[in-house]
Design a protein around this ligand. Structure first.
Ligand SMILES: *Cc1c(COP(=O)(O)O)cnc(C)c1O
Length: 541
């Protein structure tokens, strides 16, 4: 009954990220509750968490349960929506992957929680205190009016204050770990407030490739230590205590930083949390992100630098796959998936060094007569003006509200009204469909091409099923990633010789060959999400 009012937001891009439980555990902890409180036999509860309801060895998958209890489902970026349609495809047998009912709402960040005091001041002068309180169309033109000098001043101030914070923090960290007084004191002088400052902070999980920059340590060292154009890097992150591989990646960095020549250029800050993240995203010039596509469902840390004038250099994964254009930052990868191929990792590591060496570093150090890197500042302005409103929670919450929460609330009210009259009707409709489905079939198909149109006439045998309980559609796969063609056919007459036989017709443009089209029967009931709530489908061929 509540199904129509529930929205399932899926957050992982790998099947292994779904929680699964042994059937015996479900029985032990939920069996009594299901049977006594819900009146649901254990095997029916278990079926809700299984791809194949009849396979008693299949574990209980929480994501399957969630999607079967919802009236809509969404991923957290456009690419993640696509990946999720693939992951949930097994639950919708014979449905094209593009029609697996998982859409997307791209995450956003709450800008006023992540901007620095200096950024807040600049933004307030440009577009007012209430800039994040309603619609955000005014943001883009207002940000375009900020001068180069003001933007660069923001950057310089922010970098300076990050370096102050990082020195203190590293020094405290070293003291706590029993380092020598020279080391502890040395930390308070590390880094150059005028040098290009890169940030990399995240959970150390192998798919995020936090060691991609270490692929060629000698090359990294050359980049960092160029006396004319020095670079410095702040790294932060934790690995899950049981993730040995993740721990090893942290260790690799610690080893690298121990060398006397790297020490002045890299800091590893431990205990990454939102407080540390706040300082990092406010102060860095460039935020790095190097996951293996498509495993970063969205990623949000890179969005937090936008409002502060930081730039992103990221794999084309998660949000960056939809945010990136060449004038707002830098992209890594070819927009394709390469799994865990070490040869591809090596190629991307080289591309990352090349990008830093040939694009990022020169642009940062190319100064005009005022000492301002004008191309860099232009990129900051584009990133702030265009991406900040798009990746703000303003846009995210609006999309959830308009596309999901309001329709779901209305759908729930409809179903629940009159002690669930509509809800009961939906259940009855579904039961009837299931009982009758095996009897449905197609008869003859005739096609006439008249001028610019193919006119299809198709015999459909619905037998005892009310024709209003289904839709007959003409379908053709999309071409080159476009949406498929789905055209509702019209019931034009009864077949004289059969009580439940009908002729349906539809006309389509003759631009595509006849053979691209096929007919299908799908469930139809007002207000019911198909195929999410009813996944039957019968193809003509
Ligand atoms: C924003 C944030 C995250 C999530 O960002 P990712 O881009 O997914 O890494 C994780 N940890 C902290 C402390 C954060 O502030």
């Amino acid at each position: 009954m509540t199904r129509a009012g529930n929205l399932f937001t899926t957050h992982t891009a790998v099947a292994a990220g779904f929680d699964r439980f042994a059937p015996a555990l479900i029985e032990q902890y939920l069996g009594g509750y299901a049977e006594q409180e819900l009146g649901l036999p254990l095997h029916e509860l278990l079926a809700l968490g299984r791809q194949n309801p009849n396979d008693s060895s299949e574990p209980f998958n929480m994501a399957y349960l969630a999607i079967r209890g919802s009236g809509a489902a969404n991923g957290v970026s456009r690419l993640h929506g696509q990946v999720s349609r693939h992951l949930f495809q097994p639950l919708f047998p014979r449905w094209p992957e593009s029609e697996v009912p998982v859409g997307h709402v791209t995450n956003g960040v709450h800008m006023s929680s992540w901007d620095s005091a200096a950024a807040d001041e600049l933004w307030t002068a440009a577009c007012g205190k209430d800039r994040w309180r309603g619609t955000t169309e005014h943001v883009e033109p207002a940000i375009r009016h900020i001068s180069d000098a003001q933007l660069w001043q923001l950057r310089t101030t922010a970098r300076n204050s990050l370096i102050g914070y990082a020195r203190e923090r590293l020094s405290g960290q070293l003291a706590a770990s029993g380092a020598s007084p020279e080391m502890v004191d040395g930390a308070t002088h590390l880094f150059d407030p005028h040098a290009l400052t890169l940030g990399f902070a995240r959970r150390f999980a192998t798919y995020k490739r936090p060691n991609l920059l270490l692929h060629n340590p000698a090359r990294l060292l050359r980049l960092l230590t160029n006396p004319q154009r020095p670079v410095q890097l702040i790294i932060a992150g934790k690995a899950h205590p049981e993730d040995q591989a993740g721990q090893a990646l942290i260790h690799e960095w610690i080893q690298f930083i121990r060398q006397p020549e790297t020490r002045p250029h890299i800091m590893f800050l431990s205990d990454y949390d939102t407080r540390l993240a706040e300082h990092l995203v406010q102060g860095v010039d460039v935020w790095l992100n190097t996951p293996r596509r498509p495993w970063e469902a969205c990623g949000t840390s890179g969005m937090k630098v936008l409002v502060n004038g930081g730039l992103n250099l990221s794999e084309l994964d998660g949000w960056w796959a939809e945010a990136y254009t060449p004038d707002v930052g830098w992209a890594l990868g070819d927009g394709q998936e390469h799994g865990e191929d070490p040869a591809w990792d090596a190629i991307e590591a080289d591309t990352l060094y090349d990008l830093l060496e040939r694009a990022v570093i020169p642009e940062f150090y190319a100064r005009d007569g005022e000492g301002i890197p004008s191309a860099w500042v232009a990129r900051m302005r584009e990133s702030m003006a265009r991406l900040t409103p798009r990746f703000s929670t303003n846009r995210t919450v609006r999309e959830y509200t308009e596309q999901h929460y309001l329709p779901a609330a209305a759908a729930y009210r409809t179903r629940a009204a009159n002690t669930g009259a509509v809800g009961r009707a939906v259940v009855n409709w579904e039961q009837t469909l299931k009982q009758q489905w095996a009897t449905l079939h197609f008869g003859d198909v005739t096609v006439e091409t008249r001028g610019e149109q193919h006119v299809f006439e198709i015999q459909v045998y619905l037998n005892d099923l009310d024709p209003k309980a289904v839709r007959v559609e003409l379908y053709a796969d999309g071409i080159n990633g476009s949406d498929p063609i789905r055209l509702e056919m019209t019931r034009v007459r009864h077949l004289a010789g059969a009580s439940g036989g009908y002729v349906y017709n539809a006309a389509v443009p003759a631009a595509r060959p006849l053979a691209d089209y096929t007919a299908r029967i799908i469930p139809h009931c007002s207000g019911v999400a198909v195929p999410l709530e009813a996944d039957l489908i019968l193809w003509q061929r």
